[in-house]
Design a binder for this molecule. Structure first.
Ligand code: GUN
Ligand code: FE
Length: 445
């Protein structure tokens, strides 16, 4: 018999498709030494008691308490790590003013590596405490600060996709915060790719470099082309913003006489490993291009309420087979919680439908799919489901109103989606390793 690193006994919710989250009662979820779910054993299986006893003997059994449930960990597809200190600030300003007055001066401070360390430690702890097991991060322009972020993710156990932000267009970036030239933007990106690979080798942490043009306006043609070439050379994921706002949408047309998505595609930046944030202004033709390229969208519904000028059409994208996951967009969005973004995704979709877009509405199950499977598919990782062969990324979540309300699984599920906050997230695991513990030493064992 395999020696497991962790066996969790409990009931769980896991999504298999967009429309439905499945409930499975009392089971043993067995995690192998490499952090993968090897088996899920149901109480009716013959060896349930034997496997449980071995897990007890090996001191690897965790029991989910009554009234709590196991859920897959979430993937956050869009986080600006250096913007964490300003989460919630100046959200009444238009995007361009917010970037120039608040965001660029803050990001420029990350040359100070002590400051970077303090901020990134706080952010990563917060994300893990909110049930986010994988994050796709924009760092800042400074390569060393991005390596600090990577080291903290390695130390705290956050699975992380991280990009050195490239921005070299003097017309759209301030003198104090930009890559000095296209050559520098590209060579620093390549240095970051190589140093991150070394760190991954040295620590065994789950870290991946991401090609990161900030967005079309902030990059010269040479940088956009060079980054497309680097993505191909190293076969790496790509992240940027696409058609976030009316301003960004129009900028691409004015400069290239092309749609924003077409510009990204022209430079080799809209691949099947690309995750483009926002997309509130994407047309049907743009969605068709995303589908053709198999590129994904990071839906950031809280942020979009401030800067997006519209609600992203999740159902339309999903119906066209475009991959969609959720992003907090710290700090265009104020909340580090994917739960809050699931709730806002649902609320915004209601408004989209009520303002005339048919069949736009999202259910709690739809939002949960985006937070789990949607994000995992965008990044090509086997996460987001509680099922043999998937990474053991979990959160143990307490139903606060268990004693007051119905015990029908579909209703428990909706309560969890709408009412879970940080205090109710008791434990979080990444690849079978405990990365956040919000209960007493021996509780939950
Ligand atoms: N577009 C370019 N940079 C940013 C950013 O930092 N946040 C958001 N929301 N949009 C952007
Ligand atoms: Fe963003």
């Amino acid at each position: 018999m395999i020696t497991y690193q962790l066996v969790i006994e409990g009931s769980y919710f896991s999504s298999a498709n967009f429309d439905k989250a499945d409930f499975t009662p009392e089971s043993l979820i067995c995690v192998d030494q490499s952090g993968i779910i090897d088996r899920v054993i149901s109480v009716t299986d013959n060896d349930y008691q034997t496997v449980k006893q071995v897990a007890i003997d090996n001191n690897v059994l965790k029991q989910v308490p009554t009234g709590s449930y196991l859920l897959p960990g979430f993937t956050d597809l869009h986080i600006h790590a250096p913007q964490w200190p300003q989460a919630g600030l100046a959200l009444d300003k238009p995007l361009n003013e917010w970037l120039n007055t608040y965001t660029f001066p803050l990001e420029a401070k990350f040359k100070d590596l002590d400051y970077a360390k303090k901020v990134y430690q706080s952010l990563i702890q917060e994300l893990l405490a909110n049930g986010t097991t994988t994050g796709l991060f924009f760092g800042s322009v400074d390569t060393n600060a991005n390596l600090v972020l990577a080291q903290i993710c390695a130390d705290l156990g956050q699975r992380a996709f991280i990009g050195k932000v490239a921005m070299d267009n003097p017309e759209q970036t301030p003198d104090y915060y930009r890559d000095e030239s296209a050559a520098m933007a590209l060579s620093e990106t390549e240095t970051f790719i190589q140093k991150l690979a070394e760190m991954k080798q040295a620590t065994g942490a789950d870290l991946t470099a991401v090609i990161t043009p900030r967005f079309v306006p902030s990059c010269t043609d040479e940088t956009l082309q060079g980054l497309g070439d680097l993505a191909k050379k190293y076969d790496l994921p790509i992240q940027s913003h696409c058609s976030e706002s009316i301003w960004e949408d129009q900028y691409a047309i004015d400069r290239f006489n092309l749609r924003d998505a077409e510009v990204l595609n022209k430079f080799g930046l809209l691949t099947d490993k690309a995750v483009m944030a926002h997309g509130t202004q994407l047309s049907d033709d743009d969605l068709a291009l995303f589908e053709q390229q198999q590129a994904a969208i990071a839906h950031c519904p809280i942020s979009n309420a401030y800067f997006g000028n519209s609600v992203m059409r999740v159902q339309a994208a999903h119906n066209k087979n475009v991959k969609v996951g959720l992003g907090t967009d710290i700090s265009g969005g104020f909340s580090p919680s994917i739960y809050r973004n699931m709730q806002q995704a649902i609320m915004s979709s209601q408004m989209l439908q009520d303002s005339g877009t048919p069949a736009a509405r999202l259910s709690a199950s739809n939002a949960f799919y985006l937070a789990t499977i949607g994000g995992a598919k965008a990044l090509h990782i086997n996460s987001g489901q509680i099922k043999a062969g998937f990474k053991a990324d979990f959160q143990i979540v307490q139903d606060q109103y268990f004693e007051l309300s119905s015990d029908k699984s579909s209703e428990i599920f909706e309560r969890l989606v709408y009412h879970t906050n940080k205090e109710n997230i008791k434990q979080v695991y990444v690849a079978g390793k405990l990365v956040h513990n919000n209960q007493g030493e021996n509780n939950g064992k």
